[in-house]
Design a protein around this ligand. Sequence first.
Ligand SMILES: [Zn+2]
Ligand SMILES: [Zn+2]
Length: 286
Amino acid sequence: MSFPRPTIRWYARLRASLFILLHGAALVAPFCVPITGEAVGLCVLFYFVRMFGVTAAYHRYFAHRTYKTSRWFQFVLAWIGCSAMQKGPLWWAAHHREHHKHSDQADDPHSPIVRTVWWAHVGWVLSGRYTTAPIMKDFAHYPELRWLDRYFTWLPGVMLAGLCYLLAGWSGVVWGFLVSTVLLYHGTFLVNSACHLFGTRRYHTNDQSRNCWWAALLTMGEGWHNNHHHYQSCARQGFKWWEIDLSYYILRLLGRIGLVWDIREPTPKALANRLITPPPTTEPGH
Ligand SMILES: [Zn+2]
Ligand SMILES: [Zn+2]
């Protein structure tokens, strides 16, 4: 096993403490401000906007390059992803590539099979063992991405908190930023924990990835994780019409207006390859 040692212990502890404090604040603060429809609306809105930043930007673009875009929109995607407060795009994508490279093997940073559910869900982030990441050769030459990833990962989140204040006062900050951010953490983390434990497997893969419908709803399509492990280089993760994949639908819309292009689709050959059981003759609901 090659679990890296914590690089700077005090820094890891500080980050872990802030993470725990944020959770405490998200539990207590809602009782200290009025609950308004506006504030709860911001909570839902910024949960999904930022989930899109994690799934469509950090995951499907930076980690897997499943579509193309311009340099300025690439930065917009990185900024939205960063506002989820889950570190920078280069750090996130580099570790995700490690996950696919060693999926459910000893060197997987967050396998619930090799280690525990807690480790896969959040322990690996808090451990301080993954503060540095392998260099992303394909994106590291963009100075604006290095700048965001290295020095200013906090800035999009802080600006979002400010926007929430302008839109709905302290209720907006508490619900639109604080509660929304904590829910977003655990929504995202479900892909690493639950989606290697719960759900069904359609394809033979060298890991325990699963298609988990409820995780897919909470993560805008990322829950179709066995599909994704089977065919990582396509932008679409819900392969059947009933496998709701909101991130993919939005990417198609962005493609229509020319903001992204070359959106990679699953090929018929890949869809049929390595199936665990032959395809059913009738689809659910038919
Ligand atoms: Zn992936
Ligand atoms: Zn996985």
